[in-house]
Design a protein around this ligand. Sequence first.
Ligand code: SAH
Length: 468
Amino acid sequence: MDHFPIFLAVQGRRIIVSGGGEAALAKLRLLLKTTARITVFASEPEPGVAQLAAQGRITLIARALEPGDAICAALFYAANDDDAEDARVARLARADGALVNWVDNLENSAFITPAIVDRDPVVVAIGTEGAAPVLARAIKADLEARLPQTLGLAARVGKGFRKAAEALPMGRKRRDFWFEYYFKIAPQIIDKNGEDGLKIALPGLLARHLAARAAKGRVDLVGAGPGDPELLTLRARSLLDRADVVIHDRLVAPAILELARREAILIDAGKKGFGPAMAQDEICALMVQHAATGAHVLRLKGGDPSVFGRLDEEIEALEAAGLDWSVVPGVTAASAAAAQIGQSLTKRDRNSALRVLTGHDMQGFAEQDWRGLARPGTVAAIYMGLRGARFIQGRLMMHGADPDTPVSAVENAARPEARVIATTLGRLALDLDDAAPTGPVVLLYGLAPRAAEAALPRLQDAPKEEFA
Ligand code: SAH
């Protein structure tokens, strides 16, 4: 981000525009939305500019800018439609200490003017750092269509009621009140009874919220998917928007945590100082403890919470504490990995069953139905299989599995840094040692990347783009 967006206080401050033509007029249309005092310097102003002066909306000084004219200006626009003149006035204004925008000259501007969606006091500013004005306009049009015209009015009336609403305790209760106001009450009432109706309705809404019983805490056990924020479910996204506390695993990607409400408390349950991961009963206690205070807790787990996620222990703890809970599914690593290599997890005439296994459990390397797994055509998604790869390989071969059975090790599935290590059972441990993955890996036993299938059996270190 080369340009940091801010909202500048301009009430009563001076904004100067040098120029009286088309470029100046375009900027004036925007600037006139503010409560700043606007002065235009133009020796030959267009009728549109002269008219604004006659209406008293701007101060027009009918000459070119001179040294000292821009002293104390908050902002300065060089908008003369003339490069030489713009360069001259920009230099003068800079010398006077003003923040200078040279219209259509990003390089020589100290700030740029965004595309604006105006629902004053709600204002959306859209910037692309000059890279894609078309995109900025499209986003603006989209927002214009989506944000009701009444939004500004609702915000203005709401602002006048903020003090009164402080009667509600801060946090959840107050948020619920405002949520109902903006998204249910205001749009309905403004349509029917206008601003006055809205003002009359607010005290009633507040009384109802004050009388409501203290919110009961709850815990949602939510799948965050494999790491790409676009693979979150809409429900997970909306819960992230609302939760007071987010307790997440180490596997949950930072890009997803970014989506949590700014005020939410984020707790990393995958780490404990520099020590080992937080113990399961500690995680259960944390969830219960926060929900008991009335907080809305999000227990965010990588992938799907029902796949190797110790979901049952957490649900049991919540039940024991008498708390409400729900489970929100997510895209599990096996699905993401299969998508990454362009294969399906089940296929007619190949495998009608899919085995989902873990390479190790709390007791160590996990024993499996090796004989069944060794049968030709078997497909298994092996989670946490990295450490136990040699063990898995040994057991399978001992039970007669074909060493040429394809195995795709998919690291960081569905993330930008995804990598596919296409190998065979016989070379599995060796190739994994060579590749030395550092991200989470799921092994798709019995599946080769679609693109590499034809060339099997031989090792292919598949280039990322092919499968990305
Ligand atoms: N509940 C999770 C699994 C948790 S167990 C899910 O449904 O995906 C942790 C294991 O999941 C990791 O050891 C790895 O095998 C796998 N895993 C999770 N995310 C992954 C990803 N983005 N790419 C590859 N494997 C992943």
